[in-house]
Design a protein around this ligand. Structure first.
Ligand SMILES: Cc1cc2nc3c(=O)[nH]c(=O)nc-3n(C[C@H](O)[C@H](O)[C@H](O)COP(=O)(O)O)c2cc1C
Length: 336
């Protein structure tokens, strides 16, 4: 099996869960740990500017950091901004107060709020030197805690520059690079280009390359790691619907048979367990609304899924949510 270390942090197995805003919350991270097989778990992206402002105003810290202080390690926190002092200050506090294992900086987000008015995330890909400067400043400030960068291939198909950005990240003291094999202009359209991800490897001399994009099954994950010159793989959306995918891949990598997905009955219990964690954290109203998308993800490809998604998208209270989920899973079990 390939061995992956990010600085002094061993990522074993070399499987990373992708940061996903609105998804990789503390309850979801707990679910990932329940199944195991993830070498490194990441939080949602956290605004460094909000961290600094809230802290200065005595308003605590961003909600997205909830759970981080007490969770098992290793844990990566992803931050975003474009001002070196803001990123440095946030990273330094996350290391000293939260003792996070890895700081990841977001250079891939194409959303308007981040890459548009905030000139952050994928906006920064237009200037590899600036990316290097930001990584270098943070790396120097929080050494020996590793700093990693998550990028896309470039802004557009005509301006693919992941190789330049990779060299800037490595030259500045970054400890690993994750490449999502799409351009920012693609958003989530088209297919992730693993050939383009692999080409980046030629430009990295010391630090590991993590490939990301469109891994949907354990078999695909194993094949990506085996067939491409990447040191690790990162999975996002497939893990939201199938948080056991890392365990399945890890078993396959260890030369054992890929275990089956949990049974419908087990998945039913897991979804309700996740709901309890979310209710504890967010309360009934917000927690029920947040769980709608999870329930929808879990229902894809199942008998009665479409009608279930329509109903669950309107649900507002915990009892009705549980009732819908119970009915859906018992129908799904009898259809199997
Ligand atoms: C709902 C959603 C939220 C995301 N949030 C983040 C984020 O906070 N930070 C980040 O770097 N990428 C974010 N991404 C991108 C993922 O980390 C990942 O790069 C992308 O989904 C491709 O991987 P996948 O095909 O395995 O999902 C997000 C993606 C989705 C679908």
């Amino acid at each position: 099996m390939k061995k992956l270390s990010i600085g002094s942090v061993a990522v074993d197995p070399p499987l990373l869960s992708a940061p996903m805003a609105g998804y990789t919350t503390a309850p979801f991270r707990a679910l990932l740990r329940h199944f195991g097989g993830v070498g490194l778990i990441a939080t949602e992206m956290v605004s460094a500017r909000s961290f600094v402002y809230m802290d200065a105003a005595g308003d605590g810290h961003p909600e997205r950091l909830w759970g981080v202080a007490d969770e098992p390690r290793p844990l990566a926190v992803q931050i975003w901004d474009n001002v070196p002092e803001t990123l440095e200050e946030t990273a330094a506090r996350l290391v000293s107060e939260y003792r996070v294992s890895v700081i990841d900086i977001n250079f891939g987000c194409p959303a308007k709020r981040i890459a548009g008015s905030s000139a952050s995330g994928s906006y920064l890909l237009r200037d590899p030197q600036k990316v290097g400067d930001l990584v270098g400043r943070v790396a120097k400030r929080i050494a020996p805690t590793p700093v990693t960068a998550k990028i896309r291939l470039g802004l557009t198909a005509d301006s693919i520059n992941a190789a330049d950005v990779a060299q800037a990240v490595e030259g500045a003291g970054g400890a690993a690079l994750t490449v999502h094999g799409r351009t920012a202009a693609q958003m989530y359209r088209g297919r992730a280009d693993w050939e383009a991800i692999a080409r980046v490897k030629d430009y990295l001399k010391k630090i590991p390359l993590i490939g990301n994009g469109d891994i949907t099954t354990p078999e695909e994950g194993i094949a990506r790691l085996r067939d491409w010159p990447v040191d690790g793989i990162m999975i996002g959306r497939a893990a939201a619907a199938h948080p056991w995918i890392f365990h399945q891949i890890a078993e396959g990598l260890a030369g054992r048979p890929i275990p089956p997905a949990p049974t419908v009955k087990e998945q039913h219990a897991l979804l309700l367990h996740h709901f309890d964690l979310v209710l504890d954290r967010f309360g009934e109203e917000k927690g029920t609304i947040l769980m709608r998308k999870w329930a929808c993800d879990w229902s894809h490809g199942r008998f009665g899924g479409r009608a279930f998604r329509a109903a669950v998208s309107a649900v507002k209270d915990a009892a009705s949510f549980r009732d819908l989920v119970d009915r859906f899973f018992s129908d799904a079990a009898s259809a199997e």
